[in-house]
Design a binder for this molecule. Structure first.
Ligand code: 48F
Length: 257
């Protein structure tokens, strides 16, 4: 077979433009492809909803790749073990209730699960603002190309719509800050000191709709709530992603009536 460079370029441009255009109207927009966003994406897309993951970096995985201080291992406690099983992530029991998994395998299998479930990824894409109109809820996102953002070039962004948005941007809680910056009534208390047990115990109650149409998930939920951080234990991230998926489904169902 003789390859033609223009056909390669056209294949990329035409297929991505078509997909991008279809995904400008989403059921669920997940901002951030870290562990909580990936788990959430896989568990919502599994139910047949149209899910897009917007990730500013080249690769998804967020803070999970590096494990603990570059040692590529993560710990998941008893409560999160069933999600390791759900995503076919292998682990060993280090001590009762402490399960250790490869961080690389964990990111890879969460990502594969999200792909298999039908979620679509938009990497190198940064969320820089939200759409809030007369109904007072977050109904879309303003997105730009990360290289454009990094270089500070004066290029206007694009916009997508989403019935529900999930802020899974980690410690920075970027989407919550976008809402607050323009006067939206969200109190962002900021992350507190390291206290793994407390942070993990409370993350589910902090995973909630923090503004109409916007759910905080993962470390963003703890940062908004003024909750502790937890370091390289990841059960709470998976469980928070699962809880955000359930909440998003309920919001959509209630809105349909
Ligand atoms: O930080 P991150 O991994 O968030 P998470 O899912 O998990 C937290 C843990 O990794 C760890 C921890 C607990 O074990 O303390 O830190 O809550 O992933 C957040 C993702 O959001 C992306 C960012 O690149 C990362 O991949 N992100 C951040 N800002 C934006 C964004 C933005 N403006 N637009 C798109 N993506």
């Amino acid at each position: 077979m003789q390859l033609d460079e223009v056909t390669i370029s056209r294949a990329i441009l035409e297929t991505h433009a078509k997909l991008f255009s279809e995904y400008l109207e989403l059921d669920i927009a997940i901002v951030g492809g870290g562990p909580s966003g990936l788990a959430c994406a896989a568990l919502i897309a599994e139910k047949g909803l149209k899910v897009g993951i917007i990730e500013k970096k080249l690769s998804v995985g967020g803070g999970m790749w590096g494990g603990g201080m570059t040692f590529p291992r993560i710990v998941v406690q008893e409560e999160g073990k069933r999600l390791l099983d759900h995503f076919h992530i292998r682990y060993e029991e280090y001590k009762p209730g402490y399960y250790v998994a490869s961080s690389v395998e964990s990111v890879s299998k969460l990502t594969a699960a999200a792909c298999d479930a039908g979620a679509e990824f938009f990497n190198l894409t940064s969320v820089e603002d939200v759409v809030i109109k007369g109904d007072g809820r977050v109904s879309g996102l303003v997105i730009t190309s990360t290289p454009v953002q990094m270089t500070g070039l004066h290029v206007d962004p694009l916009t997508l719509s989403a019935k529900v948005t999930i802020d899974a941007t980690g410690h920075d809680a970027v989407v919550a800050h976008c809402v607050k910056k323009k006067g939206g009534a969200i109190e962002i208390r900021g992350e507190s000191f390291m206290w793994a047990d407390r942070a993990e115990a409370n993350i589910i109650s902090h995973t909630k709709e923090i503004f109409p149409g916007l759910i905080a998930c993962g470390m963003a939920a703890n940062a908004v709530a003024g909750e502790a951080r937890m370091g390289a234990v990841f059960g709470g991230m998976l469980l928070s992603g699962e809880h955000a998926a359930d909440l998003a489904k309920t919001i959509l169902r209630d809105r349909r009536g």
